[in-house]
Write a protein that binds this ligand. Structure first.
Ligand SMILES: *Cc1c(COP(=O)(O)O)cnc(C)c1O
Length: 365
């Protein structure tokens, strides 16, 4: 039997609700015998997500990657898509998978999101959209991007995999763009084990996405091409257990972030510097940027010696993928070599935060 080292600290730990809460939902599933295909728990979760996010349409999908693929398909994108090199690999592979070409635009040095001031120079007559990631939940310059997209008559998709629970300009960050996708994977702030969503403002587009995620038909009526992007009652049940706890998760993470920052003071490291003016942040990750890659790797190794896992996130810069090399992006390439995400989850205990910080302090001495 595989035995896990109980002292090991991972970079993240999925929250599990009290088992009785989950089994309560399972009993309902057993009674109804309705396991998937838009069941009552999926409908309830979508309704609660709409209320929580304050948006007209949320569709619960099987993961955040299929959400990106369906988003690209539903907007009918072709040709070139202007995108960020600093994201999880799924952002780029979704573009390639849908037979479009990713055109990388470098990132800002403060938020690590796409640099909106560099987008227009990358737009050509073949450009159909901008696909940008709200990195670590820090907002892209959504107002500038909206203006650029309008001027060039192109679409905007946000990969909001990290953006659940973030508000900016008085509304959910996921409400910006023609579409925003989200991931509810077990490693994310709010999770449904596996899962994802598309947030949509437009009714017509919402219907299109609905068909694309469910084989393109309703009963015996066939409307369009489709794929299977649905999620199940079991995953929705986990979401229903976890959703009411999101404000507590965020509050606890805020405390952990404050402790880390306090304990790491004096080191030659830096943090993302978002515009805080209208931002309600979700504390989804705790990244730090070291002075050099060597320093970062040294800290990573010292922590690993102590059974503490960190993650190079994001690395590599996506313009350097072996199967699709893009234009040079000096800021993204540089940051991706020096950034490290520390263990960060609501059940991380204070004494472990202090211990991790101490090891980093020692390693940097
Ligand atoms: C997690 C993640 C994804 C993929 O989501 P899955 O649910 O794992 O498919 C896409 N983009 C970003 C930025 C992510 O962090």
């Amino acid at each position: 039997m595989l035995k896990k080292n109980m002292n090991m600290i991972n970079v993240t730990k999925a929250f599990l609700p009290p088992l009785t809460e989950y089994t309560h939902y399972l009993e309902g599933i057993w009674e109804r015998g309705w396991l998937t295909n838009n069941g009552p728990l999926v409908q309830q979760l979508e309704k609660e997500l709409k209320e929580y996010l304050g948006v007209p349409h949320v569709q619960f999908l099987s993961n955040g990657t299929i959400a990106l693929q369906i988003a690209i398909k539903a907007l009918g994108l072709t040709g070139e898509i202007v995108t960020t090199p600093f994201s999880y690999v799924a952002t780029t592979t979704a573009i390639l998978w849908e037979n479009c070409e990713p055109i990388f635009v470098d990132i800002e040095n403060q938020t690590f999101c796409i640099d909106a001031t560099k987008i227009e120079a990358a737009i050509t007559p073949r450009t159909s959209a901008i696909l940008a990631t709200h990195v670590y939940g820090y907002p892209c310059d959504v107002l500038a991007i909206e203006e650029i997209a309008k001027r060039h008559n192109i679409k905007v998709i946000y990969d909001g995999a990290h953006a659940f629970g973030v508000n900016v300009h008085g509304r959910s960050l996921l409400s910006f763009g023609d579409l925003a996708t989200c991931s509810f994977h077990a490693t994310k702030l709010f999770h449904t084990i596996e899962g994802g969503a598309i947030v949509i403002n437009d009714d017509e587009l919402a219907r299109k996405v609905w068909l694309y995620k469910s084989f393109g038909h309703v009963g015996d009526e066939y409307f369009s091409l489709g794929v299977n992007g649905k999620n199940s009652e079991f995953h929705a049940a986990m979401g229903l257990c976890n959703l009411p706890r999101v404000p507590d998760f965020i509050q606890r993470r805020q405390q952990i972030a404050a402790t880390y920052k306090q304990e790491l003071v004096g080191l030659a490291i830096r943090y993302p510097e978002p515009d805080e003016s209208s931002l309600e942040y979700n504390y989804s990750y705790f990244p730090i940027v070291f002075g050099t890659e060597e320093e970062m790797l040294n800290v990573k190794a010292r922590l690993a010696d102590n059974d503490i896992n960190t993650r190079r996130y994001f690395f590599p810069s996506l313009n350097k993928l072996p199967y699709h090399v893009g234009a040079e992006c000096p800021v993204s390439e540089d940051v991706s070599l020096r950034i490290l995400c520390l263990p960060f989850y609501q059940e991380l205990e204070q004494h472990d935060v202090l211990r991790i910080s101490h090891i980093i302090q020692e390693a940097c001495r």
